[in-house]
Design a protein around this ligand. Structure first.
Ligand code: NAI
Length: 332
């Protein structure tokens, strides 16, 4: 079967790591026609718009995109490309599977968590103002609809991938109305999934528990701010954002992307670690129904770490992006 997928190479190391993922997908034998679009800081410098309408239209048409990291020019009045895409495509669920890779130095060996973050509201709604000089106010918006769809996404996803437990992360002891609504709606959703165990934890306790013993959690669902912070924390438990994949889902389309940024400090040198974006590409193949190809890619990445000493400089090695990619392809 032939697929058409929107490709946003992005800024900095984005083109280098997305090219690696394309090479791996081609090697596994999935035929994809890539519809390439530029977005980010370089696109803004060239065209005056960091996220042209054509990018959004392409994703709406193809329903699926692979995206490299993008920068947003700061202080020029542009809205972040990631926020623009999330809003325009209503990508309300951010999914981050966090798994240990044998051979990647980290604090724990068998971490296997899924972080599901509400992507569209909460304190990141962007509604802030100065009340009077010296006093700023930011509004946390929580709607029943958003709580409903993110909790439903979490339970459905847990069931689909054979997970046993969903933990609702909140701060309803202090934020009685906003987080209270989140907790209340998530509890009601849980009742419709009797085959999945439900847990609840206050976000600060959750952060401590994750650092002390991440094995006590399975799937975690939470609001935007907590998800932003805990997904970085959990990435840190398995070797950092360079090795953790991610995806943003709406009801109509999905954008798969590495968790890390455009790494301007190493851009153009051919030494970026392509693991995160390659594993994101594998997630993309799963969602396209190409499960066998997806599993083969995941297994090949695991084997590079477990059975070779090929490492990019971020993990203490000397391999280039191309040498690392070639190592993945050899295991395919
Ligand atoms: P960053 O993730 O780009 O870099 C942090 C450190 O990690 C740097 O030392 C970098 O070299 C290293 N690093 C990141 N990814 C790597 C990889 N694949 N291989 C090897 N080393 C890697 O974070 P930073 O510096 O805060 O952000 C740089 C730019 O990226 C900013 O413009 C930011 O807005 C953007 N950004 C974009 C994201 C996205 O599009 N999803 C996410 C995070 C940041």
């Amino acid at each position: 079967m032939n697929y058409t997928v929107t490709l946003i190479p992005g800024d900095g190391i984005g083109p280098e790591v997305t090219a690696a993922a394309q090479q791996v997908i081609a090697a596994v034998g999935v035929q994809i026609e890539w519809e390439r679009h530029d977005a980010g800081a370089e696109a803004a410098a060239r065209t005056g718009n960091p996220c042209p309408d054509a990018v959004i239209q392409s994703i709406q048409r193809n329903r699926i995109a692979l995206k490299g990291p993008v920068g947003t020019p700061i202080g020029k009045g542009y809205r972040s490309v990631n926020v623009t895409l999330r809003r325009a495509l209503d990508l309300y669920a951010c999914l981050r599977p966090v798994r240990s890779l044998r051979g990647v130095p980290s604090r724990y060996e068998h971490v296997d968590l899924v972080i599901i973050r509400e992507n569209t509201e909460g304190i990141y709604s962007g509604i802030e103002h100065m009340v009077v000089p010296g006093v700023a106010e930011s509004l946390k918006i929580v709607t029943e609809r958003a709580c409903q769809r993110i909790s439903e996404f979490a339970f459905r996803h847990a069931r689909a991938i054979g997970r046993k437990k969903v933990t609702i992360v909140h701060k309803a002891n202090l934020l009685r109305l906003t987080d209270g609504l989140f907790l209340d709606v998530a509890r009601r959703t849980a009742q419709r999934f009797p085959d999945i165990e439900t847990g609840e934890v206050i976000v600060d306790a959750c952060a401590m528990n994750l650092v002390r013993d991440p094995s006590q959690y399975d799937v975690l669902v939470m609001d935007n701010l907590y998800g932003d912070i805990l997904s970085e924390l959990t990435a840190g438990l398995v070797g950092g954002t360079g090795v953790v994949p991610g995806a943003n889902f709406g009801d109509e389309c999905a954008v798969f992307e590495a968790v890390h940024g455009s790494a301007p400090d190493i851009a153009g040198r051919g030494v970026a670690n392509p693991t995160a974006v390659t594993l994101s590409a594998a997630m993309m193949l799963h969602s396209m129904g190409e499960r066998d190809a997806a599993r083969r890619i995941e297994r090949a990445v695991e084997r590079v770490y477990a059975e070779t000493d090929v490492r990019t400089p971020d993990l203490g090695g000397t391999a280039t992006t191309q040498q690392f990619t070639d190592a993945i392809v050899r295991f395919l």
